[in-house]
Design a protein around this ligand. Sequence first.
Ligand code: ADP
Ligand code: MG
Length: 722
Amino acid sequence: MVDFDHDLRAIVGDKTAKALASALDLHTVGDLMRHYPRRYVQRGELTELSSLREDEHVTVVAMVRSVSKRSMRQRRGSILEVVVTDGTGELTLTFFNQAWRERELLPERIGMFAGKVGTYRGKRQLAHPDYELFPEHVTSFRQAAEEYADEIIPVYPASEKLPSWRIAKCVDVVLQQLGDLPDPVPEQVRRKHRLPGLAEALHAVHRPRSIELARTAQRRLRFEEAFVLQAELARRRLSTAALPATRRAAVPGGALEALDERLPFELTEGQRRLGEEIAAELDTPHPMHRLLQGEVGAGKTVVALRAMLAVVDSGGQAALLAPTEVLAQQHYRSLTNLLGPLAQRGMLGGSDVGTRVALVTGSMPAAARREALLDIGVGDAGIVVGTHALLEERVQFFDLGLVVVDEQHRFGVEQRSALAAKSRDGTRPHVLVMTATPIPRTVAMTVFGDLEISTLADVPGGRAEVSTHVVPVDEKPHFLDRAWQRVREEAEAGHRVYVVCPRIGDEQEDPGGADDDRRRPVAVLELAEMLRTGPLAGIETEVLHGRLSPEAKDAAMARFTQGTAPVLVATTVVEVGIDVPTASMMVIMDADRFGVSQLHQLRGRIGRGEIPGVCLLVTEAPAGSPARQRLDAVAATRNGFELSRVDLEQRREGDVLGAAQSGKRSSLKMLKVIRDEDVIRQAREDATAVVAGDRDLAEHPALLRAVEAVVAEQEADYLDKA
Ligand code: ADP
Ligand code: MG
């Protein structure tokens, strides 16, 4: 009998084990058992080649007739074309850049081929089909039919060195020796959902006696993945909740009250409700851990500021962590603006309630920095705004009570905890994470599962419309001329215009980069020069990108904000948080090079005041292409939640989960975060209950091991990236 830790070498032999290790990174029995079939092929599913219909997913049994290889005309690389036949008709299989398949798809070989039927030049074809060749002794269709009459054949993710059928053989050997396995999903949870045990599920997923049994096994394995992850997240939430924190509450006649009196607008219903929720949580002896998500322009900053002032009122300090210098500068300015005299305590003209705001960035002059650090250390600065420079060891707070992290997607858990470690007397600061990238609930539950989630749904009234248009330069080149004309008109009307490019265009840029033959994307420096000397002659144009010095960035932003230079040609440094209410237009060059949520973020920079906005997505992507469909989706809606769904559907799961779950050996193999919302919700409920009754998982050793494996895997990923 073998268990999951068993080395594969002892079971399948050195040579095969070596192949499994090098080709698929599988080393132990557990690794192999968790290498699930991608699909199953059943006899009943077979289709005759004469009756193929376009867009259908089919599996056919056929014999290789001929193989040819040619190189592509438009792009680098080769195409392998394999013609197969089943006696009723012919079908072409195409493989891009996989010439090695020529060595196994030899004429006369019989196999099963599966994929989606397409048409190319009037002929039916399968592009990149999954396939499974029968062993060489099978030389006729009748033989094939007899040998595989009732079987359901698993098709594994395979590689050149290790075809699916060889993996299947190894799996068979292991399954025969597999003993009873400790199951991470407790029995009462399994019973509740009628899920088979682990050993049974593994047998059924690898060697199903029926497709129904395979599906049941998959359902169980999917649940297990969600359950183990949610158990870990539940543990984190519980241990955070058990940590000591200092209670923070606003005081009558204090800074928070004074701010509310001087705010130039009414708080929205959502801002008020969330404010109360946060205030109540700050006033408990355990740290708050909350994710605040809200559309671009929803007014998260003032919610955060009000929380910070409650902390200031109680004698503590609050830190606001921003992902970029530009954003830190801007937060610093907008907080001091909102605070007015409340930010000048102890200074001439300052209020006697209130505090001081300090700014700490990586590049500030040494003297200013020393002064800021001193203010922070003695507690004179109640609010500290900064970039990751705040995480450095020499930044010592007098009494850090609240950490606000803006735009979470740029900060990892590790950075959050680095700041959390800066509080006094072993207490933990409260943490508020803000994000403008709306996250579907399932992803939030998975990625940010250790945070409670609040959503700011309404955007303050009086927001202007923004209309978005795709500008296809290939089809309608004169549209771009019209666009520049419009930019000129907006600038002359006293508005501001962003022009966003994917690239900076200086000599430091990586000349390689692009792995295909596409044109290099439009660059900030080149386009700015073209505009200055061409369509925008006579209009002041500023440039902004990540390689400018902080002073230069600041100066450029100031000239743009004030209107000295009404046009800003920039990279995505303007993506998050920049708030210029007079901005009315944005032109995004090579828009197809950006992701959906990035475009949404960028577009959020305009229409922030009363002036209606127009956003142009300039692209060469042909109509109907996936890239163009993405742009059409962005043009069709400003609803961030809808767009983040579009985005997620187009990306791979690993990317969705980001640093948390992107390892090549991710624990999420079966689970699809978008599709499996119900599974995740159910697993979260059950896992939370189990962990609540057995915090150390002492009574659930198998679950503890599985949880530890997930944690180890995340840490390994983190180290890989560091
Ligand atoms: P985001 O949620 O994208 O960070 P901000 O906090 O930057 O949004 O707010 C965007 C703009 O809306 C700011 O200029 C802010 O002063 C303004 N704002 C915030 N709350 C309100 C409100 N209740 N009524 C009117 N304007 C508001
Ligand atoms: Mg913001």
